[in-house]
Design a protein around this ligand. Structure first.
Ligand SMILES: [Zn+2]
Length: 301
């Protein structure tokens, strides 16, 4: 290869057999080629780098998207299962609501029977909430709230009812309606001919005759306020029952309880006798209401 003066470069090709070939190229061409090739390689290198980076980024984004889709699908499945649980709960609620309503009716009937048994005049029964609500028309959550409210209301009503019953029973325990002794009624309440003086006298109790020593029972629970001898009444017990009631038991042969003793309805308090102004073994029994004697048969069962 021979270099000519800055202008051209002469390339000579010398084959073995043929003539020598001369190719003339401009002198700037090799330099330009080097620059071009360098540029090309550097460009390619940068391009490949960028492409590689982009590819990595895209893969990363793709993976993230896939993960997001997976998560959303999972959440969707969770929601679906929650929804189906809620639906089955609602179905159960609907089927239960009829059952619960019939149970509530049953409780109502029982309450009515108890009121009748306890002879209650102003029961607190009758809840404020209407039970005609159709739960099927409500959203499950709302339906459950309503049902809870109904049951809570019934619970409160029953608590009050039980309190009423308890106070009613406590009151009934204090009403002297238990016959204090069995026997023959020999004298009733009211005006009668006095068996001793043979004149009309007001008899403020009833006389029940039986054999001497027969147990005399408290007509109701209460507190003994007198136990001793009292004139014509002989050996006498007086019990204060509260609620304005007092009972008097006269002519006993012996007394079994002292003043201050609390007695239960039906508890033996004395033995029948004929002490005081009496013609034979019998109990003279009085009931006082608010300080006045009343006919025992208006109260006794
Ligand atoms: Zn009498």
């Amino acid at each position: 290869m021979e270099v000519k003066k800055d202008e051209k470069i002469c390339i000579m090709i010398v084959p073995h057999t043929d003539k020598v070939k001369r190719i003339l190229i401009p002198s700037w061409l090799p330099k330009a080629s080097v620059v071009l090739l360098s540029t090309f390689f550097i460009g390619s290198f940068i391009f490949l780098g960028v492409t590689k980076n982009s590819k990595v980024n895209l893969e990363q984004q793709y993976k993230e998207k896939i993960a997001l889709i997976d998560q959303l699908e999972k959440e969707n499945i969770d929601k679906d299962s929650q929804l189906s649980t809620l639906r089955s709960q609602a179905d159960e609620l609907y089927s239960k609501s009829d059952e619960i309503n019939s149970k509530l009716d049953e409780i109502d009937r029982l309450q009515k029977r108890l009121e009748k048994m306890a002879d209650m005049k102003s029961p607190s029964r009758g809840g404020s909430i209407s039970r005609d609500i159709n739960l099927k028309e409500l959203e499950p959550i709302e339906g459950m709230d309503v049902l809870n409210e109904v049951l809570e209301d019934k619970k409160l009503e029953l608590e009050v009812f039980i309190q009423d019953l308890e106070s009613r029973f406590a009151y009934l325990e204090c009403v002297p309606n238990l016959m204090p002794v069995s026997g023959r009624i020999t004298s009733r309440f009211g005006n009668r001919r006095d068996p001793i003086r043979r004149s009309i006298r007001f008899h403020q109790g009833i006389d029940i005759a039986n054999s001497r020593g027969t147990n005399i029972k408290a007509a109701a629970s209460g507190k003994v306020i007198f136990s001793g001898y009292q004139g014509g009444y002989g050996k006498t017990i007086i019990i204060d029952h509260g609620y304005g009631y007092k009972t008097v038991y006269g002519h006993n042969s012996s007394l079994l309880v002292d003043v201050g003793t609390r007695v239960e309805k039906g508890q033996s308090i004395a033995k029948m006798g004929s002490t005081g102004r009496s013609t034979g073994s019998h109990l003279h029994f009085e009931i006082h209401k608010n300080g006045s004697p009343v006919d025992p048969f208006s109260i006794l069962n």
